[in-house]
Every structure is written in structure tokens, then in C-alpha cells.
Design a protein around this ligand. Structure first.
Ligand SMILES: *Cc1c(COP(=O)(O)O)cnc(C)c1O
Length: 391
């Protein structure tokens, strides 16, 4: 009997688990086998082979991921970028055009700007908050629209209802990189998006110890992406499948703690006399706060902020903190701090960063699951230690 679990907390634990349990094992065992004995399969795609992403570890994850995203089907991949590149290369063919949000994850931005031309693909960037302007960028060969739930590192929330409507009106495939929100806070397919991609390296795994990705959508859309991935070779190793599977079970508890903690930290920073600006969709002061309330079940664990005193002060703050780790990436159990101008967004020209509003002194925070008051105490002390006229 296929059991239908209603809530994400329950789906995380029980959806996709083998029935009956393998040898009674409560935890999904690792099938570290490259090939499986021929069992009369008639199609190439049904042969069980590790690169075809169809070992028992893959299949369990596909079912669990689909359940979380309210999708018919899902596919795990070797990385978030493997999911993104395989998805775009399936949806688009040579000669096609993509509309993409203007502030994307760096790797995706580079895939568009550096690799699209050699595939005969073109793109235009759109401002996610200005629906009036999208139509002007539309071309007869536009096939898809690509966005993120909240931008990195400014946490702007695009008009996703309008994106879906625009895509439906103009026959575009709508794709969203749901990494920052995680399915606990946002399930884009329930809002009409066609495909949702993830870097499972971040919240889904949550323990900063693997690289993995995923894409979910209707079975009709996932099947050709799977076949493309089979040929491109971006399949996930069974041992990484096991770690992702294990990590995902605690996604809901982790994300709920991160949502709460991030809001308290954002409120603390916003009130602090040395902080100029805090970007967090959960704050009343956030420009798209009402929209974020409408779309999301939680505001997430990512925020960014600026000190009044500029780059030197920002650097001093990073040095003065004790608890967070200064490192790129996000979504794990440990609190991480970075200065995007020198890490995630160092690939952009200073002019592009300025245009997007990513100043050199902007600090990005990925909130972990440590005690919130200890993070706040550490930040309070680190702010106090900054020399008064650092600039
Ligand atoms: C990290 C990240 C990616 C890329 O994922 P990898 O697993 O590193 O390939 C894509 N999109 C977003 C929003 C990310 O944060």
C-alpha cells in the first residue's frame, strides 16, 4: 500500500522508505553496487546501473524528494550545478532564449554568461520585481523563465505569482532554484512553477559534508531531464545518497530553528546603533515582507547586513567574532559568515556589484542551529570591539 503522508515533517521521515523494510532495517542501507543482476528489463533505461541513478538508494531519494516538493517525480544529481545544467540543457535547445532573474547564484550566472553561447543558447536578465518590464525582453524563441525564491545575498523576493502567470500566458517553462528556501519554507510547484531545482549541498543535507543536487516536477518533465543526465553523467554516488537521505530526515527541525534564530538575530542587528541596514524577508522593514508572508511558510536562515562604518569595520567584525566560521556556502548546522564581495560575488565586476547593491562592506550570514542568544552575544561583543572610527 502506498501511504500518503500529509505533512512535510512526516514525509521527511517516512516517504520513499522501502516497503517492506530491507531485512527489517529501520535506516535505508547503502547499496554500494555499480550494477545489478539482469532481471529481464526490456529498455536500456530500466537496467539497474549506478550512472542511471536507479539503484535502491536513488529510488528512495527520488520518492522522498518528490513528496517534499509536492511533485510527481524527482531526480537526484551529483551537485546543484548538475541539476541546473541538466535541467536547462533539457528544456532549451540550440536557438532558444531564456529569461533569467538578474541576481542569480554565481555558478548559474556563469553557466549562462560563459557556456550558453557555445550551446547556441541566449538569455536576457530580468528584474524580478518589475513585471511590467518582462514583456519587452520576450522573444519569439523564448522558452523558459528562471528565478530564485530570494536573491543572494540581498534576500529580495521576486513577484513569484506574477512570474508563474507570465510563464503560463506566454507558454514558458518556469524554473526556480529553491535552495535558499528549502521545501520546508516554500514549495514552488504548489504555486504553479513547472520545475524546482536544489543544491542539496545546502539545507537538504544540512551537514556541510556532501555535494548533491535535485530537480522535481511532473513525470513528463523529469523523464527527459533524467535521460539527459544519464548521458551527461552527473549521477549521485550511493554513499552520498545515503548521507543526503540521513541529513534530510532532520530538515524540518533544522529549518524551523534556523527560521526563528535568523529572525531574532535580524531584529537584534536592526536595532544596533552600528548597523546601517539588515536584509531579511522576515523583518517588517523588508521591502517585500508582505509578499514573503504570502508565499513562504518561514523566512529562512539567510540574512545580510551592512555596518555603518564600511569595509574596515566589516573586516574587523568578521575577525572579532568567535562562534561563526568564516566560510562560503550555507545551509548547514554551523553558523557561517562571509563578505560576498570577496567570495560568492567576487566574479562580478565592481560596477555590476554596485548596480546590484552588493557593497564591499556587506556581510552575509547563514544561521546554524547553535543557541541564538550565544550568537547574539558574540555579535554584540564583536561589534563593540570595532574601533570607533574604523571606516
Ligand atoms: C550552492 C548553490 C548552487 C550550486 O550547488 P552545488 O551543489 O554547489 O553545485 C546553486 N544554487 C544555489 C542557490 C546555491 O546556493
Amino acid at each position: 500500500m502506498t501511504r500518503n503522508f500529509k505533512r512535510i515533517e512526516t514525509k521527511l521521515i517516512h516517504s520513499g522508505e522501502p516497503e517492506p523494510r530491507i531485512q527489517g532495517a529501520v535506516s535505508m542501507p547503502i547499496f554500494q553496487s555499480a550494477m545489478f543482476e539482469y532481471a529481464g528489463e526490456t529498455s536500456y533505461h530500466d537496467l539497474q546501473y549506478i550512472r542511471l541513478n536507479n539503484t535502491p538508494n536513488h529510488l528512495a531519494l527520488h520518492e522522498k524528494l518528490a513528496a517534499l516538493e509536492s511533485a510527481e517525480a524527482a531526480l537526484v544529481t551529483a551537485s546543484g550545478m548538475a541539476a541546473i545544467s541538466a535541467t536547462l540543457l533539457t528544456v532549451l535547445a540550440s536557438g532558444d532564449h531564456l529569461l533569467a532573474q538578474d541576481c542569480l547564484y554565481g555558478g548559474t550566472h556563469d553557466f549562462l554568461t560563459k557556456d550558453f553561447p557555445s550551446f547556441g543558447l541566449s538569455y536576457d536578465f530580468i528584474n524580478g520585481n518589475d513585471p511590467e518590464s518582462w514583456k519587452r525582453k520576450l522573444r519569439p524563441n523564448t522558452k523558459a523563465i528562471y528565478v530564485e525564491p530570494m536573491t543572494n545575498p540581498l534576500l529580495e523576493v521576486a513577484d513569484h505569482r506574477a512570474i508563474v502567470k507570465f510563464a503560463k500566458t506566454h507558454g514558458l517553462v518556469s524554473i526556480i532554484d529553491n535552495t535558499f528556501a528549502s521545501p520546508v519554507n516554500f514549495r514552488p510547484l504548489e504555486w504553479g512553477f513547472d520545475l524546482s531545482v536544489h543544491s542539496c549541498t545546502k539545507y537538504l543535507n544540512g551537514h556541510s559534508d556532501i555535494v548533491a543536487g535535485a530537480v522535481s516536477g511532473s513525470a513528463n518533465r523529469i523523464e527527459p531531464i533524467k535521460h539527459k543526465l544519464d548521458r551527461l553523467g552527473g549521477s549521485l554516488d550511493p554513499h552520498a545518497c545515503f548521507l543526503l537521505h540521513r541529513g534530510m530526515k532532520t530538515l524540518a527541525v533544522r529549518v524551523k530553528v534556523q527560521n526563528e534564530s535568523a529572525l531574532r538575530i535580524a531584529e537584534f542587528l536592526e536595532k544596533h546603533p552600528r548597523i546601517a541596514k539588515v536584509n531579511y524577508p522576515g523583518l517588517q522593514s523588508h521591502l517585500q515582507h508582505q509578499r514573503a508572508r504570502d508565499l513562504f511558510d518561514g523566512f529562512g536562515g539567510m540574512l545580510s547586513f551592512e555596518l555603518k562604518e564600511g569595509v574596515e569595520a566589516a573586516e574587523a567584525f568578521l575577525r572579532n567574532t568567535v562562534l561563526p566560521i568564516i566560510a562560503p556556502s550555507l545551509g548547514g548546522v554551523e553558523t557561517l559568515l562571509t563578505r560576498p564581495a570577496t567570495t560568492s560575488h567576487s566574479g562580478l565586476s565592481p560596477e555590476d556589484r554596485q548596480r546590484l547593491g552588493i557593497t564591499d562592506s556587506l556581510i552575509r550570514l547563514s544561521v546554524g542551529i547553535e543557541a541564538t542568544e550565544e550568537i547574539i552575544e558574540d555579535f554584540e561583543r564583536a561589534l563593540q570591539l570595532i574601533p570607533k572610527n574604523a571606516s
